[in-house]
Write a protein that binds this ligand. Structure first.
Ligand SMILES: *Cc1c(COP(=O)(O)O)cnc(C)c1O
Length: 402
């Protein structure tokens, strides 16, 4: 059984009801394939597991392909963006500005201006940013809609990437928020609420639940100092997906069940607030494949190498160079040899002139020939747009939503 929800017919891997070999033949390699039905199924399962009324946002930095953004825009309650470029993509997907929120350190005046004019919610990352936005709002004769992104005192016990707790470039330290709210009350800004995002790629249910509880309680405490009614609380997310051997999926029904009473507590304190979670990789990561073709097969001092036309210029995370401490293999397979017995062990590498360009170390595979397609699972998030595509001047990977 392949990871994610991909189907196998005979020895052929399928995506969106089509053969991966056929898609690669038509569109060329390297190729990213995203499965729209799997994305929709993921959203349905989440909705069923989460408490009623909990908003579900998509953080489009996970996969900003316009078709993917448009597909998800129709399924979720909001889009979270992190740049003026992502703002354009979100608006192009036909999403109403009221459903878009903009986080990220280092927003330029031009970005703040574009976001204020569009009417999206701007998650303020610092006092300085708040003051710059106030001047811009004044100049435009409007009140920009803002939430305060909070850097909590608590730190995640386990997370792939910590984005809160301790000194951080993200958000306003929790202990500075009350004073900031006093200042905000005198500025031409419309206060909506809070954004608290503690970290990412969490695979431990208890850690996630603990984090959500601390986040709700922090929002409740901070709301006591709010200059206006709190209408928006973004609880973050951080729902992880399993990439490597030994990792297991989170249990969203457990998380949803725990979140129920937490939301009730939050709503009792902030009855006018919409509570939301924002997810990136959990919505798209498992629905994507990266497909490369074997260009060369060689043996070097007893080790077999399969050299492909892909590499870290399309899929940095796969090579182990996107925040990983120790390189581990993503799940790999040969598109037309699914279910066949592994008869050899090979290193699968990319076409770049750097030893960092590795797709798989010591992978057990069926006999693989030049022309075969190496497929990498769990590749729907932080792939094409999170890789140094200009490195070495190769063409970018094609992308398709099927
Ligand atoms: C990156 C990011 C996300 C998405 O993270 P995932 O691990 O892909 O779910 C959500 N919110 C913020 C603020 C982010 O920076």
């Amino acid at each position: 059984m392949p990871p994610g929800g991909f189907e196998v017919r005979g020895a052929e891997l399928m995506a969106g009801g089509r053969s991966v070999t056929e898609l690669a033949g038509q569109l060329g390699t390297p190729l990213y394939i995203y499965d729209r039905r799997q994305i929709a199924a993921r959203v349905r399962e989440l909705r069923a597991a989460m408490p009623a009324g909990l908003g579900l946002h998509y953080a489009i930095k996970a996969n900003p392909m316009p078709e993917v953004v448009a597909h998800l825009a129709a399924l979720v309650d909001g889009l979270d963006i992190a740049s003026a470029g992502e703002l354009e993509r979100a608006l192009a997907a036909g999403v109403s500005p009221a459903r878009i929120s903009f986080a990220g350190p280092g927003k330029t005046d031009a970005e703040l201006r574009a976001a204020a004019l569009a009417g999206v919610t701007i998650n303020l990352e610092s006092a300085g940013e708040m003051r710059r936005l106030a001047v811009i709002s004044e100049g435009l004769g409007l009140r920009a809609r803002v939430a305060i992104r909070v850097n909590p005192l608590f730190e995640l016990r386990q997370s792939g990437m910590r984005m809160g707790g301790g000194p951080k470039q993200f958000g306003v330290d929790e202990e500075q928020v009350p004073a900031l709210l006093v200042e905000l009350a005198g500025l031409p800004l419309e206060f909506l609420g809070f954004h608290i995002f503690a970290g990412s790629q969490i695979l431990n249910d208890d850690v996630l639940i603990d984090c959500l509880e601390k986040t709700v309680d922090l929002a409740i405490r901070l709301s006591a100092n709010a200059p206006e009614t709190v209408r928006y609380v973004n609880l973050g997310g951080g729902f992880g997906i399993p990439y490597f051997p030994g990792e297991t999926a989170i249990d969203i029904s457990r998380i949803g069940a725990a979140l129920g009473p937490l939301l009730e507590r939050g709503r009792a304190a902030c009855p006018d607030a919409v509570f939301a979670i924002e997810l990136g990789r959990y919505l798209v990561g498992e629905a994507g494949l990266y497909v490369t073709r074997v260009v060369d097969r060689k043996v070097s001092r007893g080790k077999t190498f399969l050299v492909t036309d892909g590499g870290l210029h399309h899929h940095l995370a796969l090579s182990g160079n996107f925040g990983q401490v120790i390189r581990k293999n993503y799940p790999l397979a040969i598109a037309g040899r699914m279910g066949m017995e592994a008869t050899e062990t090979a290193d699968v590498v990319g076409c770049l002139c750097t030893p960092l360009d590795r797709l798989g170390d010591n992978v057990a595979l069926p006999e693989t020939a030049v022309g075969d397609l190496v497929v990498v699972f769990q590749s729907g998030a932080y792939g094409a747009s999170a890789s140094p595509s200009g490195f070495l001047g190769h063409a970018p990977a094609a992308e398709v939503l099927v």
